[in-house]
Design a protein around this ligand. Structure first.
Ligand code: GAR
Length: 207
């Protein structure tokens, strides 16, 4: 079982999907949920399931991004974490976490990167008028929403969509895709070659 930490700042619907997947099938287990927002939904969900939780607020680190990242990294190391899932974690992290967990920090983003990076991807896709957006699961690097792409799935934008309706359909996709990618990652089915992430055939499947 690959020891996995989930970092989340919000309602935690992705966290919930990850917890459900880990409980039913593995091959990863969630050993820690870490949040920067005391009282957020993600915290309540993990406490309800008896998963260990840690809180590191931005303010407790004096707004120092490097110290914030280092504090989180040290906690992840103390829990012997091997894989890190950013599931709606809305703070930018610095390179310390990437150096401590090379090729092992995955983020979900509600757009087809490289389009619509940042915290307002759903609204920006609507404003721009794209007909197709989607979900990207990617490794993090030093730039925001920029690291090597592991998986993407497209979602149609409907004429009647608003941010809430589009976000809901994007999240339905995220809830399937992110746990699946984490499971495949834990199974060793990905290899990183520069910016490209190669998916290896699952054992037992002929290519
Ligand atoms: C998710 O949809 C995730 O893609 C997004 O925050 C949401 C969190 O929802 N992340 C970003 O926008 C990061 N740039 P949740 O708390 O219900 O999982």
């Amino acid at each position: 079982m690959v020891r996995t930490a989930v970092l989340a700042s919000g309602t935690g619907t992705n966290l919930q999907a990850i917890l459900d997947a880990a409980k039913s099938a593995g091959p990863f287990e969630v050993v820690l949920v870490l949040t920067d927002v005391d009282g957020c939904g993600a915290l309540a969900r993990s406490q309800a399931q008896g998963v260990p939780t840690e809180i590191v607020t931005w303010e407790s680190c004096g707004g120092d991004r490097s110290l914030f990242t280092l504090s989180i990294t040290r906690i992840l190391q103390a829990y012997d974490v091997e894989l890190v899932a950013l599931a709606g974690f809305m703070r930018i992290l610095t390179s310390e976490i990437i150096e401590a967990f090379p090729h092992a920090v995955l983020n979900t983003h509600p757009a087809l990167l490289p389009a619509f990076r940042g915290a307002h991807a759903v609204e920006q896709a609507l404003e721009y008028g794209v007909r197709v957006t989607g979900v990207t699961i990617h490794l993090i690097d030093e730039e925001v929403d920029h690291g090597p792409i592991v998986a993407q799935m497209a979602v149609d934008v409907l004429s009647e969509d608003n941010a809430a309706s589009l976000r809901a359909r994007l999240q339905e996709v995220e809830h399937q895709l992110f746990p699946q990618v984490l499971a495949d990652w834990a199974d060793g089915l990905y290899r990183v070659e520069g910016r490209r992430v190669i998916r290896l055939p699952a054992p037992g499947l002929s290519s």
